[in-house]
Design a protein around this ligand. Structure first.
Ligand code: GLN
Length: 494
């Protein structure tokens, strides 16, 4: 088997036994990346850094100092600041920006010995569900509908991360999730993605979208790999006041495969109108699998679910409009050139008009509107109140003894590039119906590939856990992964 196809867990074990080197693994990934330009997943390649780090990792392993991520080649979403390496959040406004510093999450990965292969495509500032809103051009899903060549979206915003993992260009990748950006692309590409509890991973050095919702997490080929990679990414950071000073459990050790006696809630409000039969069936099958593994299944109600999308699409743009005010052409990246007689306001306006893409401009306008004096109470304040009710729904379910909640990850399989983008933008927002609730409530959620639809495209199930319950959640995800036995890979065309 080509080394780039290994899981993190298998590569780690082979590295420890001395049967492969990190340089070999890294070279295999670099050559896979070279022949995968059609996927447009890696947008800044860093082969020199990768090989240098791989050599250092091999030396470390030879000395017997080998944390689990040591020597493992990974891709990094372009939203993470990486020292001396372009970090553009897929935006023209950050063109040429090479941070002087490294984000906490990527620092932790680097210190654990992980090997950065390069930066991954995404939706601009993580706003989107299709990776089409990007200064680099869309990332492409390695999966295709059976018998068709229509290019499909890998999902978004972490579309490059998902495509790269699914196509075996790297062993794992970082993603971020504000309203589904780890879980939805994972579901669209047959990979695993976990959004941890808000505060589990430091946000320091990650370009901000909506600060009260953003969380980093791993995107991997298996649940075990997600546990291993999250371990290296998580933990308290004094530089992020919202990162929690809570001990990080041993996620991999929690993977016992035993969920007997667990109570799994099935939320009736997630049974939305027009749900495709494939997805309804997948959800039923997943429920049966957890039951067979010894869990008790209970119907639950999360009554405020129907308000989650409008609430999210008020809060996220509001926070984004404030966060993005810093891109003024003075400090970072792109700066518009001025004609004689133009002043500082022209500099701001021209820079922002040239640098931000249409979706980002739309969100800034919506955000500014809902925060404006006349509408603040009607929109932003009301959304904050509804957010508290959505969170309360989950708390009540957990108080009633539910350990985890099972739902689909997305209301459809991957769609064709252009199909959704050209429609009304609200059409695309509606696709986030099953994912945004967790971000509003701050809860962890994991997407597990669980089957194929009638056209041969992967579909994902989502498990939602209690705050700080990632270890238990990953264990339940492992049971689902094993029972579903999803082993399909996209047929190589790129
Ligand atoms: N699709 C959602 C949005 O556009 C979520 C994106 C994300 O999680 N970053 O806001």
């Amino acid at each position: 088997m080509s080394l780039n196809k290994l899981t993190i867990a298998d590569a780690r074990d082979l590295l420890k036994k001395g049967e492969v080197t990190s340089v070999q693994l890294t070279e295999a990934c670099l050559s896979a990346i070279e022949s995968a330009d059609a996927l447009n997943a890696f947008v800044h390649k860093t082969p020199e850094i990768a090989l240098e780090r791989a050599k250092a990792a091999d030396a470390r392993i030879a000395q017997g100092d080998a944390p689990s991520m040591c020597g493992i080649p990974v891709g990094i979403k372009d939203l993470f600041c990486t020292e001396g390496v372009p970090s553009q959040a897929a935006s023209n406004i950050l063109k040429g920006f090479k941070p002087e510093y490294e984000s906490t999450v990527t620092t932790q990965l680097r210190d654990a010995g992980a090997v950065m292969l390069g930066k991954l495509n995404m939706d601009e500032f993580a706003m989107g569900s299709s990776n089409e809103s990007t200064c680099y051009g869309a990332a492409v899903n390695p999966w295709r509908r059976e018998g068709e060549t229509t290019p499909l979206t890998p999902g978004g915003s972490s579309g490059g991360s998902a495509a790269a993992v699914a196509a075996d260009l790297c062993l794992g990748a970082t993603g971020t999730d504000t309203g589904g950006s780890i879980r939805q692309p994972a579901a669209f590409t047959g990979t695993v993605g976990i959004k941890p509890t808000y505060g589990r991973c430091s946000r320091w050095g990650i370009v901000a979208y909506a600060s009260s919702l953003d969380q980093a997490g791993p995107m991997t080929k298996s649940v075990r790999d997600a546990a291993i990679m999250l371990q290296a990414m998580a933990g308290h950071d004094a530089k992020d006041s919202t990162s929690a000073d809570i001990a990080v459990p041993d996620f991999e050790a929690a993977l016992t495969g035993d969920i007997r006696g667990q109570k799994i809630g099935i939320p009736r409000e997630y049974r939305v109108d027009g749900m495709p039969a494939d997805i309804a069936k997948l959800w039923e099958d997943g429920t049966a699998m957890l039951k067979d593994a010894g869990a008790t299944i209970v119907d639950i109600s999360l009554p405020h679910t129907k308000y989650a999308l409008p609430t999210y699409y008020v809060i996220a743009p509001a926070e984004a409009s404030s966060n993005l005010a810093r891109y003024d052409g003075v400090r970072y990246g792109h700066r518009a050139s001025l004609s004689s007689g133009e002043g500082i306001n022209d500099l701001y306006e021209k820079t922002r008009a040239e640098g931000f893409g249409p979706e980002v401009q739309r969100r800034i306008m919506v955000g500014t509107f809902v925060l404006s004096a006349g509408f603040y109470d009607a929109y932003y304040n009301r959304a904050r109140k509804v957010r508290a009710l959505i969170k309360r729904d989950f708390e009540q379910a957990f108080e009633a003894g539910v350990d985890a909640i099972l739902a689909p990850t997305t209301p459809s399989a991957a769609w064709g590039l252009g199909e959704m983008k050209d429609a009304n933008p609200v059409e695309m927002y509606l696709q986030d119906v099953f994912t945004v609730t967790l971000n509003l409530a701050g809860l962890p959620g994991v997407a597990v590939p669980a089957g194929l639809d009638a056209k041969g495209l992967p579909l994902g199930l989502q498990l939602i856990g209690k705050p700080w319950g990632e270890a238990e959640l990953l264990n339940t995800a492992l049971v689902l992964e094993q029972a579903a036995g999803f082993v399909s890979k996209p047929a190589k065309w790129w």
